[in-house]
Design a protein. Structure first.
Length: 335
């Protein structure tokens, strides 16, 4: 899907009905069935019908009569002349004509109504969405990132997925997320996702060059948004940082360290995995210090791990007294 498509076509909201092509095809099939039904009635009762040409009613004549009858065109060149044919017209053909019209008109109204409903819902969503998280790429990594946000009490309506794969978009929509179908490196697509009002962007495509381009575009469009990008090759990580990513995750290296740790300290791997799993026992979190009775201190029920001060990470024994401007990485109970 190209980036120039309008928003009603590009944004897929949770529970939003897709283009009713299958419903239209079913109704077309039903309408054709009615035509063939009328043709069959005429063909079986052909002796009760008269053609202005004087020729007997054949299969083609029956189909012709059925088509002009159910569409209410009725040229009158084939007419019912016997009582039986007229009774069949009253009891069978006329109800079929009415059903045909209902199908045609009903389908048209439904399609127009559905398109209008989708357009209104999408415009309303666009006006309301803000302070949200945009996940660019909904593969295994993007899906895990979304699950982590949910575990940290981020509402589903504040998560927007961008992907150029239809299957991924359908999966994101089925999971309850708003989804934008398109290339996240395109400005128009990120604009559809509300990049100007986003709180954070998570970049998880399957190629580093795509990740760099998405990061550059997102940073240009929103200089203040927090960008977290995943890289696959060590040599490309600096490009993500230069492109504007606040945090760069070397996914293969992180997995490799976990595998190495697991060879001699399997218990540590389990603990570390639990810390990363929000909602499961203890978790790592970033918090701000609190002021109490004139002093700056840790929030209650937390254990200090690292102090982030002026862009530098300091151990607890290096930081000294806490400052109000510090950010603290702590251990806390996730329950």
């Amino acid at each position: 899907m190209v980036a120039t498509e309008n928003m009603a076509e590009q944004v897929q909201l949770p529970g939003q009905v897709r283009a009713p092509l299958s419903a239209v095809m079913r109704r077309v099939g039903a309408a054709l069935s009615l035509v063939f039904f009328v043709a069959l009635v005429v063909r079986l009762g052909r002796d009760g019908y008269s053609d202005v040409t004087g020729d007997p009613i054949g299969v083609l004549d029956a189909l012709y009569y059925a088509s002009v009858t159910v569409t209410t065109t009725g040229y009158g060149d084939i007419t019912a002349i016997s009582d039986g044919a007229r009774l069949a017209t009253i009891l069978l053909i006329t109800p079929a004509r009415i059903l045909f019209l209902i199908l045609v008109v009903g389908t048209t109204v439904e399609v127009l109504t559905e398109q209008s409903r989708r357009a209104l819902a999408t415009n309303r969503w666009r006006q309301q969405v803000q302070d949200h998280y945009i996940i660019c790429g909904f593969g295994a990594t993007g899906g895990s990132a979304a699950n982590d946000l949910l575990a940290r009490d981020v509402p589903k309506d504040r998560i927007v997925v961008v992907d150029n794969g239809r299957d991924e978009i359908d999966r994101a929509s089925a999971a309850g997320f708003a989804a934008v179908h398109g290339d996240a490196s395109q400005r128009a697509v990120l604009r559809q996702a509300g990049i100007d009002k986003a709180r954070a962007v998570i970049v998880t495509p399957n190629r580093d060059d795509t990740a760099v381009l998405i990061t550059l575009t997102a940073r240009e469009m929103n200089p203040k948004v927090h960008i977290v990008a995943g890289g696959r090759e060590e040599e490309n990580l600096h490009l993500l940082r230069q492109g504007g990513a606040n945090e760069v995750i070397n996914a293969p290296a992180a997995v490799g360290r976990m595998l190495g740790l697991g060879t001699y300290a399997p218990g540590a791997v389990q603990v570390f995995d639990d810390l990363l799993d929000a909602g499961a026992g203890m978790e790592l979190a970033e918090v701000q210090p609190i002021r109490h009775d004139g002093t700056i201190s840790l929030p209650p029920d937390t254990t200090l791990v690292v102090v982030l001060r002026d862009g530098v990470s300091l151990r607890a024994d290096e930081a000294g007294s806490l400052r109000e401007t510090d950010s603290l990485v702590v251990l806390r109970n996730s329950c």
